[in-house]
Design a protein around this ligand. Structure first.
Ligand SMILES: [Zn+2]
Length: 275
């Protein structure tokens, strides 16, 4: 049995556009700047990453006090550091060769700080918040909220994220004060997380590619362009293997987008019938 679906060709086309856009990001100057920025941070061991996570689960970028100063940022007054373990070395002379060697003798505790605990020069960022604000978009946001099976609340979010899906309460938070286009995009992104990732053991990277890919396709379908944000965002989570996640996420993105588009269209026709 073949199912005919009028949305499929357009959704297919939009997914292809997403893949192409993400590829382009890898060849941009901004991408090089980001890689350079990340390389300035130390590579933390798995144990230290766990220590950071348990003390500050929202941490995005951490560095020591003086490392932040080198980046033009100052750790703010009375901020408590995140405690991690740093290796302690002893310089020893090799008996045979006479060379001086660094020998690991143990670990000592040291402090790092998350970017949210610092102030100063802006960090280079790949993505910029979408700024479009129109009556049509505000209306579309209301339609999305009507379609959304999870409670939606606008909240003050200070850790740099635009929203989140709370798996415990099965609810969505959207960052207060954003333009309508970004609010719409975030809401679809978090709805996708809600639909797809409640009991999922997929990697964080895969989940983000699926959610943002779905948001891009859905918003584009209705004529709203989020590529300036979505392409670099997906590129950032796509991993070292070019196009790997986005290739694997293709099916999920397209199916989730089609489901959401159908629900939105149903809600829109209900609205226009009532008007
Ligand atoms: Zn997400």
């Amino acid at each position: 049995m073949t199912k005919t679906n009028h949305k499929e060709p357009k959704v297919n086309e939009l997914y292809a556009k997403l893949k192409e856009g993400v590829q382009k990001v890898y060849f941009s100057d901004k991408w090089k700047e980001i890689l350079l920025f990340q390389s300035r941070f130390h590579n933390y061991s798995f144990n230290n990453m766990m220590l950071i996570y348990f003390q500050c689960p929202t941490a995005t970028f951490v560095a020591g006090y003086t490392d932040w100063q080198k980046l033009g940022r100052q750790v703010q007054y009375k901020q408590e550091g995140i405690k991690i373990l740093a290796p302690s070395y002893k310089i020893e002379k090799d008996e045979q060769t006479g060379e001086k060697k660094k020998k690991l003798v143990g670990f000592h505790q040291t402090s790092v700080f998350d970017v949210s605990q610092t102030k100063g020069a802006p960090l280079p960022s790949l993505t910029h918040e979408l700024t479009m604000e129109t009556a049509t978009l505000r209306d579309f946001y209301e339609t999305l909220k009507a379609v959304c099976p999870f409670p939606v609340e606008e909240k003050t979010i200070t850790n740099g994220s635009k929203g989140y899906f709370d798996h415990l309460t099965q609810s969505i938070a959207v960052k207060k004060g954003m333009a309508a286009l970004h609010k719409c995009k975030t809401l679809v992104h978090e709805m996708a997380h809600g639909y797809l990732h409640t009991n999922s053991d997929k990697s964080k990277e895969m989940k983000e590619v699926e959610a943002e890919g779905t948001a891009f396709v859905v918003l584009s379908y209705f004529g709203f362009d989020t590529s300036n944000y979505s392409f670099p965002y997906v590129a950032g989570w796509n991993g070292s293997a070019f196009a790997d996640h986005i290739q694997k996420a293709g099916d999920t993105i397209q199916k989730t987008a089609e489901k959401l588009i159908a629900e939105i269209e149903k809600e829109m026709s209900k609205k226009s019938a009532a008007a």
